[in-house]
Design a protein around this ligand. Structure first.
Ligand SMILES: *Cc1c(COP(=O)(O)O)cnc(C)c1O
Length: 244
């Protein structure tokens, strides 16, 4: 099990290096986040011991179960799943430094309130639905500027950039269009001079499309399968749910 994870990690970093070389980017600009849904703490621990430092869950319940088992290994937690506002309080118990799935104002307002109460701040990425698929969470690109403008006034939330899930298709050019939309939106947001926000991070690219994401400017890749192997549960369990 350990050998396989180490071998997979090596392959992922080889792919990243190659894609960076092809697009004349510095691999140091790119962070690898491990998407750890359904993966045991033991297996996550192997990757952390191998030098990875950034992990993310999709469900607060899984974070709650694994966090105590991993807390002794230095790492950073992000959150990449759809977040119900009644789970905010729980989420804040587990050292999550960045919520990558911010996609609506009411969630932002409730998070701001709770962070005020606990005297904390949190980084957020705006999750954008760049594929137009009904089944995916994220704000429509046309509404993103308005949302970010509102968020910029919530002082406990530190907007750092954008996140998206590309279209699921073997048609690479369609995937590329999703990533290009995200990058275009980043440019628009930069040009709108909204105060008190940063737009540096583009979290896009997963196991199947990391090369395209790198070519289109990704700064955070979210990798699950390519490191841990195929998951037991279908992704629809995480992506189409109405309750978390
Ligand atoms: C599961 C997941 C990933 C990783 O997907 P893989 O194809 O296994 O690499 C990335 N982002 C999100 C939001 C996920 O839920």
């Amino acid at each position: 099990m350990e050998k396989e994870i180490l071998k997979n990690l090596e392959q992922v970093f080889t792919r990243i290096k190659k894609a960076c070389y092809n697009s004349k980017r510095d691999p140091k600009e790119i962070k690898v986040l491990l998407a750890t849904k359904t993966i045991s703490a033991e297996r996550i621990g192997i990757a952390l011991h191998a030098g990875l430092t950034l992990i993310a869950e999709n469900k607060v319940q899984e974070l709650k179960e694994k966090h105590p088992l991993l807390v002794h290994i230095p790492h950073t937690n992000h959150f990449i799943g759809h977040l119900q506002s009644n789970k905010i309080k729980d989420l804040l118990k587990y050292d999550v430094s960045c919520l990558q799935s911010m996609d609506r104002l009411d969630l932002a307002q409730k998070l701001q309130k709770r962070l005020e109460y606990e005297n904390k701040t949190m980084d957020v990425l705006i999750q954008v639905n760049t594929s137009g698929e009904q089944s995916k969470f994220g704000i429509a690109p046309s509404q993103a500027i308005e949302l970010v403008t509102h968020l910029s006034k919530l002082d406990r939330l530190k907007v750092k950039g954008l996140m998206t899930i590309g279209l699921f298709t073997t048609d690479k050019e369609k995937v590329r269009l999703c990533f290009q939309r995200l990058r275009h939106l980043q440019q628009q947001l930069m040009n709108s001079n909204i105060p008190d926000i940063e737009m540096k991070e583009l979290s896009m690219g997963m196991s199947g499309d990391l090369e395209i994401a790198i070519e289109e400017g990704a700064t955070i890749l979210r990798i699950g399968t390519a490191v841990f192997g195929k998951r037991a549960l279908p992704d629809s369990y995480y992506w189409n749910e109405t309750t978390a």
